[in-house]
Ligand binder design. Structure first.
Ligand code: ATP
Ligand code: MG
Length: 626
């Protein structure tokens, strides 16, 4: 064997694989360096989701011409110098890896000037090689331009995802850093357009509002706890605002973002019984902890943190979230008794040897309380607007209340009738004969059922389920046969959905148009809804909730493309969504029309998930009552 030392540019390129996984990794590293440099204004300029250009400009301390070259060397760092320092890291950076890695896989230009220097310098690097240094005039601070990422690693460049996906990652990194430093102004520009202009903020709440919109800021309550192990602060979402996918979760420790399924569990446990199945609350939780008791260096991207005693932190976090939810008692169904609110646990200095049992707040609350359950004519939903489901035409009581959750029944496509009981099968046959309806005799019961006499007795139609079947067949043919669903134009409603969700809608515009949704993106973070599928009853108060559901339906599939998803499962989702908001049936005319349409379906007896739509009360059964 012939062992040799790899040339440094190849070694750097291999190492870069860990640090620089995609354009967003570069954004993260450059942003962190800017913050470490003491900047109070940072601008990020992106072209083509980072493929063409990633530029980060700061007004921090800058570098001398020598440092400006040295900083691209592997293990070049000004942030630590002894092993001891590694224990008390106060900065984002400490490895001296980031710039070396970036310079190994892209073309980099750095322009920088320190306050005390009259002139600045421009340094060019590519393929880990120093190409040139020239004197330039430059403002105080640094500007890194990273061009053509992975130009020399074609395999990596090829594996970059769509522009929208890559930009979503960039937004995520930007958001994480922006949330740790409200006092720094941040701007994000993509392809010449401002995506975020975040003013220097006095408080975190302002930053959340600037970054994620007023609606998010209005839906959170404060979290705070101080113990000798860890201090907690931040904001958590009100339980009734917890959403299924349109939410964001952030943990920070000592000003650094980290992910932790384990700590997430502590939060979710505290919300238990207060939120709908599958809903995840947004939270912004900041931990302050003795740096000696955590290790941030366990993953190359530093997003995983090892806590010395994570079970204690878990308990404290759980208790604190519980307490905050208790203090901010949200509805009559959720009464916390504050008089005996517990003390948060406190530990002595020597907490390592201490495994206290942490007692969660003992306020009394109704565990069966579900904020999503219908209360008098109102169905609580995902987002701000009320869901009265008033149609364009009328305003009868809605029938969305008992609507099953999407997760209740697995997507099955057409039902397997073999699994129904003999009795139901009997009904099924009978109803076929009774399809010719008398023309006038229909009664609408509480907006939920249509009752009509047929040859053998009375037929009952479950209106919501009828809608579900009708919409299912419409959507299925729209999806599989490319026969667009008729759309009802409405007065345009503008909804602030945030930049990430706006991208999701933009990606699926055509698909949604085929289903009858007329949506156009607006600015960087809004959509305008101009039309919805026929049969969807929707006014501007409920359209926001509808869009939240649409978003859930299209993002449920993860990153898989919709085309790859089972058409029937998708049709079923949209049908349920539509049925929950189906138009009101108030007149005999509407009722008959609904029944006619239902009987025009390939199967009018059961919904696609196998629930009965029709039921019979025979004359004999009526006889039996007398
Ligand atoms: N925007 C900046 N302004 C001033 N100095 C900078 C800037 N960016 C980098 N530097 C200097 O270059 C050095 C190398 O940066 P680099 O990001 O490669 O390593 P690091 O931040 O020390 O550690 P890590 O690899 O963990 O990020 C830094 O330690 C710092 O001294
Ligand atoms: Mg760094």
């Amino acid at each position: 064997m012939d062992i040799r030392i790899l040339p440094s540019n190849i070694a750097n390129m291999i190492a870069a694989g860990e640090v620089v996984q995609r354009p967003s990794s570069v954004v993260k590293e450059l942003l962190e360096n800017a913050v470490d440099a003491g900047a109070d204004q940072v601008t990020v300029i992106i072209k083509d989701s980072g493929r063409t250009l990633i530029q980060v400009i700061d007004n921090g301390c800058g570098m001398s011409p020598d440092e400006a070259v040295l900083c691209f060397e592997r293990h070049a760092t000004s942030k630590i110098s002894t092993a001891e320092d590694l224990q008390h890291i106060q900065t984002y950076g400490f490895r001296g890896e980031a710039l070396a890695s970036i310079a190994a896989v892209s073309e980099v230009t750095l322009k920088t000037r320190r306050e005390e220097d009259q002139f600045g310098c421009q340094v060019d690097f590519a393929d880990s090689k120093h190409l040139s240094t020239i004197e330039v005039s430059a403002p105080k601070g640094s500007s890194f331009s990273v061009r053509n990422i992975f130009y020399n690693v074609p395999a990596r460049r090829k594996f970059l995802k769509s522009d929208n996906v890559e930009f979503k990652h960039i937004l995520e990194e930007f958001t994480r850093v922006a949330l740790t430093r409200p006092e720094i102004g941040f701007t994000l520009v993509h392809n010449g357009k401002d995506v975020h202009v975040l003013r220097k903020a006095k408080s975190l709440k302002f930053r959340i509002q600037d970054l994620l919109g007023r609606s998010t800021a209005d839906k959170v309550v404060e979290l705070s706890a101080s113990t000798s192990v860890v201090n907690l602060s931040g904001y958590i979402c009100r339980p009734d605002e917890a959403k299924k996918t349109v939410s964001q979760q952030f943990f920070f420790v000592n000003g650094r973002y980290f992910r932790s399924p384990y700590m997430h569990k502590a939060v979710m446990k505290a919300y238990e019984d207060m939120i709908a199945d599958g809903a995840v609350p947004s939270y912004f939780i900041y931990m302050d902890i003795d740096p000696d008791s955590i290790d941030v260096n366990i993953s190359p991207t530093k997003t995983e943190i090892k806590f010395e005693d994570d079970s204690v932190v878990f308990q404290i976090l759980y208790a604190a979230v519980r307490e905050s939810l208790g203090k901010n008692s949200f509805s009559t169904g959720l009464e916390f008794d504050l008089s005996d609110a517990p003390e948060l646990p406190t530990f002595g200095k020597n907490y390592q040897s201490y495994r206290p049992e942490v007692i969660p707040p003992s306020g009394s609350f109704d565990p069966s309380y579900n904020p999503f359950e219908t209360q008098s004519g109102k169905s609580a939903g995902y987002s701000g607007g009320s869901h009265s489901f008033d149609g364009f035409k009328n305003g009868e009581p809605d029938f969305g209340g008992s609507f099953p959750k999407m997760s209740d029944t697995p997507s099955k496509g057409y039902p397997d009738f073999g699994s129904f009981s003999g009795k139901e099968k009997e009904d099924y046959g009978k109803l076929f004969e009774d399809r010719t309806l008398p023309s006038t005799d229909v009664v609408i019961l509480q907006g939920k059922y249509i009752v009509t006499p047929v040859k053998s007795g009375l037929m009952l139609v479950n209106i919501r389920r009828a809608w579900e079947r009708i919409l299912y067949e419409r959507f299925l043919s729209a999806i599989s046969a490319n026969a667009p669903v008729t759309r009802v134009t409405m007065f345009p409603v503008e909804i602030s959905v945030g930049p990430e969700n706006r991208l999701v809608f933009e990606e699926h515009l055509e698909y949604l148009a085929g289903l009858g949704f007329d949506i156009s993106p607006k600015d960087m973070d809004k959509i305008v809804v101009n039309g919805v599928p026929e049969g969807f009853s929707c006014d501007d108060r409920s359209v926001e909730a509808l869009m939240a559901d649409v978003l859930i339906a299209i993002t449920d599939t993860g990153t898989a493309t919709l085309a790859g998803m089972m058409e029937s499962a998708m049709a079923e989702k949209f049908a349920r969504m539509g049925a929950a908001r189906g138009e009101k049936i108030t007149s005999a005319h509407d009722a008959r029309k609904l029944i006619d349409t239902l009987f025009g379906c390939s199967n009018s007896e059961y919904t696609s998930s196998g629930q009965k739509i029709l039921s019979m009360i025979s004359v004999q059964e009526i006889d039996g009552k007398f």
